[in-house]
Design a protein around this ligand. Structure first.
Ligand SMILES: [Zn+2]
Length: 402
């Protein structure tokens, strides 16, 4: 077999030809691809931007083809190979290679982009997870698992959902609701999300103060409400009180105030020891779409981002919150009572983004002792003060965007 014939067969197997030319790391945007270029640099001049360096800085374009090709085939495939049904046309309309590369997206020097697009054996593509047009990626499967959990908990079985398989459901595609709790448990540990909150960290809590309010602004009134008064919250079911705090007093105010004229009492608490928290406001950055080895991590993060967005959605207080909060309440109770940071250590609370103040961070603390009077010995009341807001200018100057 001749050299050319062998190269062609190899390209057919791989899905792409290996283009000529050398490229420097300035000519691609993705950090992972930049690193691939640095590791394989074997020439002092870039054939695309013309940059010259003393040390080797440009790598053969061929070394970029594996990570780019692997990303393309992770998301797309040729319609024939993807098993798309054909009936006077493809059931799923194919797109060209350039569109596929832009969807990823591959951002690089124009001439390089063109050359890479030309290097693929196929010219038509359809979205295809794992090569098949009707399959799903891990993050889509996890999202479906979450949707199914939300549906069951809200509308089918509330308390004995671990026996959901015994109940007759009209939806045969539903998943066992326990799976999402175990999946979240596993992902949170694998991504090492539990973190530490140092002792003496300031935290804030605000309460609306109506004109007729006659309660004293102090430790007792500014703590968690007693169980019999505990209303349903994003993370706690009605009657089971959790302590809601914020990292900024502006966020604490924004969470409770609706519009001027109004008044609020604000209290500052301090952590009494180092706390173990699950910080959902600092998820790790997604690995590059071209980093094949870290693809499972990327998929897990894509799901967790959606999960965090969902549980921090603003919910209208129109009595619907009793049902809309149920899924996050179940997850929260699981994290409070079942989840273990280490063998004998459970979580003190969860940090989640404020739905009303962009960039604001909330912390919900779980009781250290449950009962008619709950104990939140993770924090201690420090001081409290009152603020009045006459108009919007006054209010927005104090809480930022709400
Ligand atoms: Zn260059």
């Amino acid at each position: 077999m001749g050299q050319a014939k062998r190269e062609m067969m190899e390209a057919e197997d791989r899905g792409w030809y290996e283009p000529e030319g050398h490229v420097c790391s300035d000519c691609v945007e993705d950090e992972f691809l930049k690193e691939v270029i640095r590791q394989h640099a074997s020439q002092r001049q870039c054939d695309y931007c013309g940059r010259q360096t003393r040390a080797h800085s440009a790598a053969p374009v061929a070394v970029l083809m594996h990570p780019i090709g692997s990303a393309v085939f992770y998301y797309f495939n040729d319609p024939t190979q993807a098993g798309v049904p054909y009936d006077q046309g493809w059931l799923s309309t194919p797109t060209g290679t350039q569109d596929v590369l832009m969807t990823l997206p591959l951002a690089c020097h124009d001439q390089l982009f063109e050359q890479i697009a030309q290097a693929f054996v196929h010219t038509e593509w359809v979205p295809a997870a794992g090569g098949h047009w009707s399959s799903s990626h891990l993050n889509e499967e996890l999202s479906a698992l979450w949707d199914s959990f939300v549906n069951i908990i809200k509308y089918e079985i509330r308390f004995f959902f671990q026996h959901a398989s015994a109940a007759k459901s009209a939806n045969p595609w539903e998943h066992d609701p326990r799976h999402i709790l175990l999946t979240i448990d596993r992902l949170v540990k694998r991504l090492k999300l539990p973190s530490r909150l140092p002792e003496k960290t300031s935290l804030f809590r605000a309460r609306i103060r109506s004109e007729e309010a006659d309660w004293a602004i102090g430790a007792e009134q500014m703590g968690a409400p007693p169980s019999e008064l505990a209303r349903a919250g994003r993370m706690n079911p009605v009657g089971i009180s959790y302590l809601y705090l914020a990292f900024e007093h502006e966020t604490a105010l924004a969470e409770v105030l609706s519009g001027p004229p109004c008044a609020a009492a604000i209290a500052r608490f301090e952590t009494q020891r180092e706390l173990r928290i699950l910080d959902l406001t600092h998820l790790p950055a997604e690995p590059s779409i071209f980093d094949e080895a870290r693809r499972p991590e990327r998929e897990s993060l894509l799901f967790l981002e959606r999960f965090v967005e969902e549980i921090s959605q603003p919910v209208r207080k129109d009595a619907r919150e009793h049902i809309d909060y149920v899924p996050s309440q179940v997850v929260c109770e699981y994290l409070a009572l079942v989840f273990r940071v280490s063998r004998n250590r459970s979580l003190d609370g969860i940090v989640y983004p404020s739905a009303v103040r962009p960039g604001g961070r909330n912390l919900v603390l779980f009781p250290t002792e449950r009962g008619f009077t709950r104990l939140f010995d993770q924090v201690e009341f420090q001081t409290a003060w009152e603020r009045e807001f006459a108009d919007w200018a006054d209010l927005s100057a104090s809480v930022g965007a709400i």
